[in-house]
Each structure stands twice: as structure tokens, then as C-alpha cells.
Design a protein around this ligand. Structure first.
Ligand SMILES: [Mg+2]
Length: 352
């Protein structure tokens, strides 16, 4: 669960205030918009003429993460990514986060240090300030609640509701890897249960396991779109799978969509692991989730500006609402797109 097994300092030894000071001592201020960070009654932020974007997300042990294969440092990193992804999905720049933790006494201080090491790495890599938070005790397990704050010019902010018929549907990166990484990790966990001396060989699965354990939010995309002089008409991040995100865009924008199966970007590692597990790779990209890529629509006139970019793939186009939402298969069949994304109340994954 955590690497530092030599020493175990119980949370009560430090006390609440000592614990926060201890865990946050390496956090520094990088953003000019942060006027006052950790250490006062509240943080003070100033965004001058920009709009402010705020999003929050809660991760619960046993529901959203499994510490038997998720190292705490990775969990801290991923918890930040999940939130930053929602800020970038507004076409905004992420600037600050607050981090609140509830931990049971089975977590010593050293375990929380590892969790915060992941949070610190994420905050450095993504140039965000940790400006507040809280720690408290929990009777069972670990709960992490993060609020992310961002900024954008009013005219840049992109919601789910601006897509028009004939707009192009564009996705960043590739899809399905995080889900297949989870399948590999869960398989190895079962093998380990039967034979605790087995050492999993995850080498052939490096890319997909990393996509599951250490996802990266698409910080680069708002800046890239600005540089390309493309204002997306609608945008969402892919946390639940392509199909449910397309449905969100269509319902909010009151349009339909045609998605072309042959255009869905898949890494070769995903294709080969899907063959190994005998799972259809299109189903995985539609329903898998946790890719934290961005899905957006653009006016057709902007196609020339994005077509050569290796980060961006046109996977379909929007239609009139009454035409519905369809997957056009490689065999040229038209299949209705249904939401088979994860639901936190049934499948132990999150909605947002
Ligand atoms: Mg989202």
C-alpha cells in the first residue's frame, strides 16, 4: 500500500494542525493570482478580468480506488488530475486546488506523506498552487476531496451546450488504455490472491497500466487551441467513456451525432490487450472511461487548422437533434449510441 514501512507515526501524535503543517511544508506559491495561500483562515485569490472556473470531486476508498494495487503517491497524483481535467474541459487554465482528506487510524503519517508527495508532484508538473484544505479522521478507509480553481477569458470558456449541426467532433490522444490497464491490474490481483509469491510481469503492459495509475490531464489543449486560433463550440472531458460524453454534449447542445468507428484513436497496446482479453476495442473506448482526454466540437471552417495536429483526431460530426446519436461501424452499420459509462452507484465509478 505504501513504500515507507520502517516507521509508523500515528496521526494522533502530530495533531490536526501539526499534521497539515507537516504535509504542506513543501508547497510553494507559483501563481500570481494566489495572494494568500495556506496558513491563514482562508486563501485570497485575484483573477483581475478573467472568469473563475471551480470544480470539485470526491474519491472514496473501495468505490473509486483500490489501494491493493494503487500506490498512495499515484493516488494523490491521480486525484489532482481528475479535477484539473474538468477545468481544462472548460477551455480554462487550472491555477489552484484545495485538498481535504479523511483517513482512518490504519493510515500512519508516513502513508499520508506519500499521498501528499503525489499531490506535490502534480502541483509542480501542472503549475498549480495548493491553497487550502483540511484533514480529519474517518472511521473506515480514506476519502479525498479536491476542489480545483481555474481562470479563462470570458470568450474562451467552453461549455457542453454550444455544439451545432455539422460541427466536427474531435478527440485528443487515444482511448481505452486506462480501462484495459485496470483489467490487467485486477487480473494480477486475483493471481496474487491464489499465489502470494507470484511476481506480476507488467512490462508488456507499461503504457496501459500507466494510463490507469498515472493519468495526465490535457493541460496542453486550451493553449494549443488558442495557438491554432480555434474556439471550440462545446467541450467535455472523457472520464466515463466516449459514448456517455457524446450523449452529454448532444443533450446539452440539442444536437445529434454520427461517430465513425474506424476513426476512434486506439494505441496498438490497447488493440493487442483487447485481443488477449477477448474484448472488443470499440466497446472499450465507448464505455471504458478514465482516459481524461478532451472531447470537443469545432466549426467545419476550422478543420484546416487542426487536421495536421497529431494530438487531435476528428471522429465524427454533429447532426440535427431528431437524427439521433449513432455509431457508424466499419461495416457501415448505423447503431444507436447508448450510455454504458460507469455509474458510481452501480459500477463503482464516478459520473463526472
Ligand atoms: Mg468532467
Amino acid at each position: 500500500m505504501f513504500d515507507n514501512k520502517e516507521s509508523r507515526t500515528s496521526l494522533s501524535e502530530l495533531g490536526e494542525f501539526g499534521l497539515i503543517d507537516h504535509l504542506t511544508k513543501f508547497f510553494d506559491i507559483k501563481q500570481t493570482s494566489t495572494k494568500i495561500g495556506i496558513g491563514d483562515d482562508a486563501a485570497v485569490l485575484n483573477f483581475e478580468n478573467d472568469e473563475v472556473v471551480i470544480t470539485t470531486d470526491m474519491l472514496v476508498e473501495g468505490v473509486h480506488f483500490d489501494l491493493s494495487f494503487m500506490p498512495l503517491k499515484h493516488l494523490g497524483y491521480k486525484a489532482i488530475m481528475v479535477n484539473l481535467s474538468d477545468v481544462y474541459a472548460m477551455n480554462a487554465e487550472a491555477t489552484q486546488v484545495t485538498v481535504s482528506i479523511a483517513a482512518s487510524n490504519r493510515f500512519p503519517v508516513e502513508a499520508l506523506e506519500e499521498l501528499y508527495a503525489g499531490i506535490l508532484l502534480a502541483s509542480k508538473t501542472y503549475n498549480i498552487d495548493v491553497v487550502g484544505g483540511d484533514t480529519t479522521s474517518s472511521t473506515s478507509g480514506l476519502v479525498i476531496s479536491i476542489t480545483a480553481i481555474g481562470r479563462a477569458k470570458k470568450e474562451a470558456i467552453t461549455t457542453r451546450s454550444g455544439a451545432k449541426p455539422n460541427d466536427l467532433l474531435v478527440v485528443t490522444g487515444d482511448l481505452g488504455a486506462a480501462y484495459m490497464g485496470l483489467q490487467v491490474l485486477e487480473r494480477e490481483k486475483q493471481v496474487f490472491k491464489v499465489n502470494p509469491n507470484s511476481q506480476p510481469d507488467l512490462e508488456p503492459y507499461t503504457y496501459i497500466v500507466e494510463r490507469q495509475l498515472k493519468p495526465e490531464a490535457r493541460k496542453d489543449i486550451p493553449g494549443l487551441l488558442k495557438a491554432l486560433e480555434v474556439q471550440p463550440t462545446s467541450m467535455i472531458d472523457i472520464s466515463d467513456g466516449l459514448s456517455s460524453e457524446i450523449i452529454h454534449l448532444c443533450k446539452n447542445s440539442k444536437v445529434g451525432a454520427n461517430l465513425f468507428e474506424e476513426k476512434i484513436p486506439l494505441d496498438p497496446a490497447v488493440i493487442s490487450v483487447c485481443e488477449e482479453f477477448n474484448i472488443d476495442s470499440t466497446t472499450v473506448s465507448l464505455s471504458g472511461g478514465e482516459d481524461y482526454e478532451l472531447l470537443f466540437t469545432i466549426d467545419q471552417k476550422d478543420f484546416e487548422k487542426i487536421k495536421a495536429n497529431p494530438n487531435l483526431t476528428v471522429i465524427g460530426h454533429m447532426t440535427e437533434e431528431h437524427e439521433g446519436m449513432h455509431l457508424i461501424t466499419r461495416a457501415n452499420q448505423k447503431i444507436p449510441i447508448q450510455s454504458r459509462g460507469w455509474n458510481s452507484f452501480t459500477d463503482a465509478k464516478d459520473e463526472e
